[in-house]
Design a protein around this ligand. Structure first.
Ligand code: ATP
Length: 913
């Protein structure tokens, strides 16, 4: 088979294209043909061009202001024949670049791996059966079945369409969906107007269709222009950008101060060389160079933790935003509930029946209520069950003795209830073969099928869906003997309310007729129906969702249910989930708001009321967008779940769009910031918890690292202004910064979440990272470092220590204070003892390694040579240790006072936010 790319496929009739590709539009490729084609055409994956290669990533590590300063300093030091210092400076530059490169590659790889976890799937017809396979396995000639919400997996020539509309904006930039049509087109038709072709990576926004694959992987349109889709800079978030801006500003201030240091010293008559070294020491010390890397690493660790808890982050900023979430709007079915439906009650012709049995096991009975008589004698019940069986796209499967559903669980439950009356699925399907169908879409809330009743007879239509919708289309009803009678809508509604108030999800069933020659069915044909009955199914709340809702309330996060289901059912489920507590003043406001109420409210009215509503029922996807906007207008940071194609705008509008990994459409996943691999509400709560943890750890790192820079800057400034020997040399400052950042500071990224993390109110994203309290703490530690290092340096000189030994004392004071202060930083408010001494084993590893390195720095001759250090004795060590302990005690006391003054930080929030 030759792929006829050069033949303009859009000109040819569809069946000719299928033939050219050696395929069959009715059965697809045979399974045994697939492997040969896969070997020949390779995987259907677009070769992703990385934003930058490893070499560039490495070289870019040198593209930092700090490195420029270091390289200049190294160059000048070398010019002055200070070879060792120059060597150390260049070695530090290199080591810094290597560490930066390794860390960046590791973080990027972790994120890439996460991206790969979300596999795109395609429905493909092979050997006469529709299979769901990963899109990478598609080959030319495969017949792909498309429906709304799908991402098109390869370039296809369509041969069947039903209202198929495709959003091709990824390819053409045109955001209005294009209507597709399989008819051949003139040769000159430009790419964007070839309505009989669909292109890989575009999205089906409406309808259904079938097409044959003619190009895969790099051969597809999008593959050919893949430079356009090279990976964006995935490592950036608002916070990293804020920190980058802060670092640049700081750099300018530091350079100016370094210039002043140099000028003041020289004017005092110091040697230009000494003052140059002092200025370099000042600059190197004061720049928080480890900060951007630490932020990226902490975020990456957070992303990994979230993935382990089944939340895949698609956009890095979401990690930050999650921690600030104030409202979660969640779908009901499958997210808050288990999505395992079992029909429990049937209502038909004024009578109620109970259904026994559990799960999808078709073993059970339909029992009549005392006054209802036998179900077998009731023609309308039988037809109601038959409608559920025929107007159905799912199948039941039994694996290892367990029954499960292939397809929609709601429909699975209807199969089970039909089988419980002894209806034979195959026999019924043969007796009334299906000619056409209108699949269920949440915006229409019903599904319909058209059946052949035999030559000459009118066609039979079965419809099932939301009760109000079906009833509005019914003109009559069936009585128990199968006769058509007048419709008593009021009685049906009364029964519906009763069933729904027990939390049952209720579907209505009806039948209609079409002329004998009809072969297709459209929405306009759904009218003048005869009502058959109601079936009510249970879908219990997920136990873990009940706990997660409680956890959210404790964390000051409101949970709102947005569902397509009936308001009474939704209210009952909301009660079981404890959601009514979310509407703090439930008594004053409606707990449940319906689509109808929503439509009547102006935007401003919705803003006024949105906070108080706990359940939005029968809400359309379009209304989700209004709800998100109204909540955001009230200052909320909103996480919104969605699975359907129409949810995409709301997912994009939400601060955190959450898509369902199992039941969600590709369109929803594309628009989301986060994907739940288990579709479970509890996972959102877990991700919020991790998001808060990440932010906590970032703040801890910043609060830990900045005092070092402040202290080093102050020590140098003080020495120059006082005209005394520098207590720290540039290489020593480099040593302190490099080793402590990696061995001490970074360990905070592994700090477990604090126990009360979900008992605090959400962080306002507008507040600065450091509040006044933390800035004061940073200044206190900076001063301790200044006094401790300067004081012990002067003491050592006074004791007759050499300059090198005195500086070794000063360096050790810095490291020891940072080491003890690290324990203070394990929590911003609590004492280390409250956290558990050994809850972060990385700290123990880091601290032990740091002590070993300091001993080497002090006693190993080679290190003495490199870093101008010298051995010191016990008299110095106990002072060093004491300064460290003093720093811990001072900050511990400061935290203790803060706890007394601001007790709210530790107080558990009330259950009702
Ligand atoms: P969620 O709560 O997650 O929004 P939902 O299942 O309650 O999900 P939809 O899927 O939009 O919401 O369903 C809305 C209504 O449409 C249901 O209450 C039911 O009456 C009806 N319905 C659901 N599934 C089907 C189906 N397969 N065929 C016909 N009607 C359906």
């Amino acid at each position: 088979m030759e792929i006829p790319l050069e033949t303009h496929l859009h000109q040819l009739p569809a069946d000719e294209v299928v033939k050219l590709l050696d395929s069959d539009s009715k059965t697809g490729l045979e399974l045994f043909e697939i492997q040969a084609r896969q070997e020949r055409f390779g995987p259907n994956a677009i070769p992703v061009r990385r934003g930058r290669g490893p070499l560039l990533t490495f070289l870019l590590q040198f593209h930092q202001p700090l490195i420029y300063i270091l390289v200049a300093a190294g160059g000048i030091t070398a010019a002055l024949h200070e070879w060792i210092d120059a060597g150390v400076i260049f070695a530090v530059v290199l080591v810094n670049a290597i560490i930066g490169f390794l860390q960046e590659s590791k973080a990027a790889k972790a994120l890439e791996a996460l991206a790969k976890m979300t596999v795109t799937e395609a429905s493909v017809l092979r050997s006469g059966e529709v299979h769901k396979i990963p899109s990478v396995e598609l080959v030319p000639g495969d017949i792909v079945v498309l429906q709304s919400g799908d991402k098109i997996p390869a370039d296809l020539r369509l041969f069947r369409c039903r209202d198929l509309q495709v959003d091709e904006s990824t390819l053409t930039g045109e955001s209005v969906p294009v209507q597709k049509n399989p008819e051949p087109l003139p040769a000159v038709t430009p790419l964007a107007e070839r309505c009989n072709l669909v292109y890989s990576s575009t999205l089906v926004t409406f309808g259904q269709g079938r097409g044959v694959v003619f190009a895969t992987g790099g051969k597809t349109e999008v593959g050919r222009i893949s430079e356009m889709v090279s990976t964006a800079d995935i490592m950036q978030t608002p916070l990293t950008r804020k920190i980058a801006r802060f670092s640049h500003l700081l750099l300018i201030v530091i350079l100016v101060l370094a210039g002043i240091t140099f000028g003041v010293g020289v004017l005092r008559g110091e040697s230009a060389f000494d003052m140059f070294m002092a200025a370099v020491a000042f600059a190197v010390g004061a720049i928080p160079e480890g900060l951007p890397a630490a932020v990226t690493i902490t975020l990456a660790i957070g992303v990994g933790r979230m993935a382990r808890r089944r939340a895949i982050i698609r956009k890095l900023p979401a990690v930050e935003t999650l921690g600030s979430t104030t409202t979660i709007c969640s779908d009901k079915t499958g997210t808050l509930t288990v999505n395992q439906m079992t029909v429990r009650e049937i209502y038909s012709a004024g009578r109620r029946y109970q259904v026994t049995g559990s799960g999808y096991d078709p073993d059970g009975h339909i029992k009549a209520n005392a006054d209802a008589g036998d179900a077998a004698d009731n023609a309308s019940v039988k037809e109601c069950l038959q409608a559920g069986l025929l107007c159905n796209d799912s199948t039941l499967v039994q694996k290892e003795g367990r029954w499960s559903v292939n397809g929609d669980p709601t429909e699975g439950a209807l199969l089970v209830s039909a089988l419980k009356t002894g209806l034979d699925e195959r026999q019924v399907a043969q007796q009334w073969p299906r000619l056409d169908s209108i699949p269920f879409e949440s915006q229409h809330q019903y599904m319909a099928t058209l059946h052949n009743r035999g030559a000459g007879s009118s066609r039979l239509v079965y419809v099932k869906g939301a009760v109000e919708v079906i009833l509005s289309k019914c003109k009559s009803a069936l009585d128990p003997r199968g006769h058509t009678v007048a419709l008593d809508a009021a009685a049906i509604h009364a029964d519906l309310e009763e069933m729904a108030s027990e939390g049952l999800r209720v579907l209505a069933f009806a039948k209609g007729e079409m002329p004998a020659e009809a072969t297709a069915i459209g929405h306009s044909d759904i009218a003048n129906l005869t009502f058959l009955g109601l079936q009510g199914m249970i879908d219990p709340p997920r136990p873990e969702a009940i706990q997660a809702v409680r956890a959210c309330h404790n964390a000051g996060i409101r949970v709102k249910m947005i569902t397509g289901d009936h308001p009474v059912t939704a209210r009952s489920i909301a009660k079981k989930l404890g959601l009514d507590g979310a509407a703090s003043d439930a008594a004053r406001s409606p707990l449940v708001m319906t689509s109808h109420d929503l439509a009547e409210k102006s935007d401003q009215e919705l803003i006024d009321i949105a906070d108080r509503v706990a359940v939005f029922a029968r809400a359309t996807p379009e209304q989700k967008l209004r709800i998100v906007r109204a909540l955001q207008a009230n200052g909320h940071v909103v996480a919104m779940t969605g699975d359907g194609v129409n949810d995409a705008p709301a997912l994009k509008q939400a601060d955190i769009g959450v898509a369902m990994g199992v039941g969600g459409t590709e369109v929803a996943k594309e628009s989301a910031d986060m994907i739940l691999t288990d579709d479970n509400f509890a996972t959102i709560e877990a991700a919020v918890e991790e998001g808060r943890g990440v932010f906590d750890n970032l703040t801890k790192f910043i609060v830990w690292t900045l005092p070092t820079n402040l202290g080093e800057g102050l020590v140098i400034l003080a020495a120059v202004f006082a005209g005394v020997t520098l207590p720290l040399l540039p290489v020593q400052i480099l040593w302190i910064n490099m080793t402590t950042a990696v061995l001490l500071g970074l360990m905070l990224a592994f700090e477990p979440k604090e126990l009360d993390i979900m008992r605090r109110p959400p962080r306002d994203p507008k507040t600065p990272i450091l509040d006044g309290m933390l800035i004061v703490r940073i200044c206190i530690v900076g001063l301790i470092l200044l006094i401790g290092a300067f004081g012990s340096f002067e003491w050592a000189l006074g004791q007759g220590f050499s300059d090198a030994a005195a500086r070794t004392v000063a360096v050790n004071v810095f490291v020891m204070v940072e080491l003890f202060y690290l324990f203070n930083c394990r929590s911003l408010t609590k004492s280390m003892f409250a956290l558990g001494l050994f809850s972060n084993r990385w700290i123990a590893i880091g601290v032990t390694s740091m002590v070993a390195l300091q001993l080497a720095f002090t006693y190993v001759p080679f290190m003495n040579h490199m870093f101008h250090s010298a051995p010191i004795g016990w008299d110095a060590w106990w002072r060093i240790l004491l300064t460290g302990v003093a720093a811990y005690v001072i900050i511990g006391t400061e935290k203790w006072f803060r706890r007394l003054w601001t007790p709210h930080r530790n107080v558990r929030l009330a259950d009702n936010p």
